[in-house]
Design a protein around this ligand. Structure first.
Ligand SMILES: NC(=O)C1=CN([C@@H]2O[C@H](COP(=O)(O)OP(=O)(O)OC[C@H]3O[C@@H](n4cnc5c(N)ncnc54)[C@H](O)[C@@H]3O)[C@@H](O)[C@H]2O)C=CC1
Ligand SMILES: O=C(O)[C@@H]1CCC=N1
Length: 277
């Protein structure tokens, strides 16, 4: 299990890394050591203000190598196109038994294994930004050289910030399309819902509160009741009432087909990213 005796290196202190770190703080997780690298000095300063030792590669070109030297768990959290170069850069600095966890969309474990000594385990992880509030849904898949213990350590790490599902690597692009990108779809939905509410005579603030509380309330009810969403919808939809008319309009949008097309577009982009590295 992940324990406070372990050392963590987070390479690429951007948006996702910030969310994961906020979730770790929220969970009061402690480690022997946490180091973060960024590209720009400004970002590194932001991390240091949070009390995390952070070094920018623009200040110190050996920042990534130095960060991983004592790390048990190395999170590669840079853009997909930058991930192979980052992994090559740290290959000779990893300690024995370290596991490299790539968060990059589309980048295959085998691509990274080819750049590392054979004994180094690689795991692909696909968290999402609700990690910041301990509510991530993280997918994990194991490369050919990662051990059961490394997979379990990595799962234990991500369980600190939410739920974990181990999947075959062939499913990772689909996992990213549903859960990794998913919060963006939900926020987009809420944005549109808010704009629609604002056309009905509410001011911006009222529209925001109406949309957000309705969404949050419905989600909380779904989670805490354990009931199926279709049953919860039925309880709102009085026969011959107002909801029935609105839902009939929503059905015209063929949302299942729309979501399927959106996910397919994300999967296609992951394939492009995998071929570009
Ligand atoms: N944002 C999200 O919700 C999710 C992102 N991911 C994956 O996580 C990775 C990071 O995504 P974001 O955080 O959104 O991107 P981001 O652009 O916010 O963060 C990347 C960070 O890496 C830094 N960086 C670039 N080159 C570096 C280097 N050589 N050494 C150290 N730091 C370097 C950049 O300055 C930047 O701060 C991507 O590969 C993405 O596919 C996966 C799941 C969800
Ligand atoms: O948009 C992206 O490429 C990343 C992967 C999943 C969420 N964000």
């Amino acid at each position: 299990m992940i324990s406070s005796a372990q050392s963590i290196a987070i390479l690429g202190g951007g948006s996702l890394a910030t969310s994961i770190f906020a979730g770790l703080r929220r969970a009061h997780a402690t480690f022997a050591d946490v180091r973060v690298t960024t590209r720009s000095p400004g970002s590194a300063t932001g991390w240091r203000e949070l009390g995390v030792p952070a070094v920018a590669t623009e200040d110190d070109p050996s920042a990534n190598k130095d960060a991983v030297r004592h790390a048990d768990l190395v999170l590669a959290a840079v853009k997909p196109a930058q991930t192979p170069a980052l992994v090559s850069e740290i290959a000779d600095s990893l300690r024995p038994g370290a596991v490299v966890v790539s968060l990059a969309a589309g980048v295959r474990c085998a691509t990274l294994e080819d750049l590392l000594p054979e004994e180094v385990g690689v795991i692909r992880a696909m968290p999402n930004t609700p990690a910041a509030v301990g509510a991530a849904m993280t997918g994990l898949s194991r490369g050919a050289h990662a051990t059961d213990a490394q997979l379990e350590h990595t799962a234990a790490f991500f369980r600190l910030v939410g739920e974990v599902l181990v999947v075959e690597e062939a499913q990772m692009d689909a996992f990213a399309a549903v859960a990794g990108s998913g919060p963006a779809y939900v926020f987009y939905f809420i944005e549109q819902y808010t704009r629609a509410a604002a056309t009905l005579g509410f001011d911006q603030e009222q529209a925001r509160v109406l949309a957000e509380r309705t969404f949050a309330g419905a989600t909380e009810l779904l989670i805490s009741s354990g009931a199926e969403p279709a049953e919860l919808r039925r309880r709102v939809t009085s026969p011959k009432g107002t909801t029935e008319r609105a839902v009939a309009k929503l059905e015209e949008a063929e949302l299942e087909a729309l979501f399927t097309r959106a996910a397919a577009a994300a999967i296609e982009r992951a394939r492009e990213l995998s071929q570009a590295v």
